[in-house]
Design a protein around this ligand. Structure first.
Ligand SMILES: Cc1ncc(COP(=O)(O)O)c(C=O)c1O
Length: 430
């Protein structure tokens, strides 16, 4: 441990064993020279890999031109990025606000939704994660409520479509959306008549890589329309290719009213955006919408965002995520055949979950094993997140390498997982 760690507030438990000195592509290198395959893409941001030369060049150029401005001054990178983003979204999503973090982009989406509808009740999914600022954290149902006082009034949860562990004990392995219907019945009975918006990830990530069944969002849209509610898609992790489509909402062909993008837009720099329609923008503008922050519409991160979009298009990273994701799923299912403790493998594109259980019959979450395997993988040079699978148990690996990952790197990661599982479960044999 570095002595100077004691000057830091510990914001999420413990820190990695050693500081990182450099990073490139799918790899990070520690201060002592240990190379680690990063299958979390940093915080799921570095979809182009770490320190992609195009991002580095864009930032260098911005340093020579303009880094930061007063919020009412616009710049070429900001105008160009707004136009590029609007070009990527379907009609009527044609207005953009450039921000910094995912929490902020969700906050802005909800502020716009509230001002436009004149209502305040917000619905989310159990197991969801949308960020830790107080407003949006109220509909963050996977974690981080205890200890921080009251949530925003009018925050409701609907059970997540978690087919492996059906929340209403109804399906097994294939969700038929009963959880959604039951959830909205509960919401209706608790609402004070001010239902405003439903905020949702296309694939729930921190909650255990939960992939909603086909058609789920079409039914969501119907339920929202019946109630005059808006659909807010949080594409923090899924936007710009990770699922093998440019955006996660494309899968069901449903167009949201507001979209929040963040992590994957900046390629490692703090850049986020909220996107909505002309009609919502115009209405909120007339009502005096205000969201000024120190770094709204900053030119430097916008320049990085343009480089990210260029590389995604030029290197067909959306197509690559689909192809490499299929390889990853296939390889992990082979691994599952070898290990009884791998209860479920699921995902879409390059966002894949692998859930550890004590045995496949009981499906009891194996969180102690998860922690041990995570440590062993790290020792052997593979970094992966463990997130929540069953209940509050941390037993599900979230596997999310850069979209530029190679087949060889996937093979290496699966080999390390295999060796780590064996080493932890059969120490004598390893
Ligand atoms: C789906 C989702 N939304 C929002 C956020 C919050 O983003 P940020 O940490 O940039 O505020 C995250 C962060 O992990 C996320 O995964």
């Amino acid at each position: 441990m570095d002595e100077r760690e004691r000057f830091l507030i510990r914001y999420a438990g413990s820190f990695a064993p050693e500081p990182i000195a450099r990073a490139e592509g799918a790899w990070v290198v520690t201060a002592s020279g240990k190379r680690i395959l990063d299958f979390t893409s940093g915080q799921i941001c570095s979809t182009l890999g770490h320190n992609h030369p195009r991002i580095v060049a864009a930032v260098r150029a911005a340093l020579d031109e303009v880094v930061h401005l007063n919020s009412w001054m616009l710049s070429e990178p900001v105008l160009a990025l707004a136009e590029r983003l609007v070009g990527l979204f379907p009609e009527p999503l044609d207005r953009v606000l450039l921000l910094n973090t995912g929490s902020e982009a969700n906050e802005v989406a909800l502020k716009l939704a509230k001002m436009h509808t004149g209502r305040f009740e917000v619905v989310g999914l159990t197991r969801s994660f949308h960020g830790l600022l107080s407003g949006i954290a109220s509909v963050n149902f996977s974690m981080a409520h205890a200890g921080y006082g009251p949530l925003l009034p009018g925050s409701f949860a609907v059970p997540a479509p978690y087919a492996y562990r059906c929340p209403v004990r109804h399906c097994d392995g294939a969700c038929d959306c009963t959880c959604l219907e039951v959830g909205f019945e509960l919401v209706d009975q608790q609402s004070v008549g001010s239902l405003c918006a439903f905020v949702v990830e296309p694939v729930l990530s921190a909650g255990g890589i939960i992939v909603p069944p086909d058609g789920y969002f079409r039914r969501v849209r119907e339920l929202l329309d019946e109630r005059g509610m808006l659909l807010v898609m949080d594409e923090a992790q899924t936007g710009f290719g990770r699922l093998g489509t440019m955006f996660g909402f494309e899968h069901d062909g449903v167009v949201p009213d507001l979209v929040a993008v963040s992590k994957t837009l900046g390629g490692g720099l703090p850049l986020a955006a909220t996107i909505t329609s002309d009609a919502i923008e115009e209405d909120c503008y007339r009502k005096g919408f205000l969201h000024v922050t120190s770094h709204v519409s900053d030119p430097l991160p916008a320049a990085a965002g343009l480089a990210v979009l260029d590389v995604i298009a030029e290197e067909d990273l959306v197509g690559r995520a689909a192809a490499r994701g299929a390889t990853m799923l296939a390889r992990l299912r082979e691994l599952q055949a070898e290990h009884e403790v791998i209860g479920d493998v699921r995902g879409r594109g390059l966002l894949v979950g692998l859930e550890l259980v004590e045995d496949r019959e009981s499906r009891r979450p194996a969180d102690a094993l998860g922690a041990e395997v995570t440590r062993e993988c790290y020792e052997r040079g593979l970094s992966m997140n463990i997130v929540r699978g069953g209940g509050a148990h941390a037993n599900c690996f979230r596997i999310a390498p850069p979209l530029t990952v190679t087949e060889e790197e996937i093979d290496l990661a699966v080999e390390i997982m295999d060796a780590s599982l064996r080493a932890v479960r059969e120490p004598a044999a390893a």
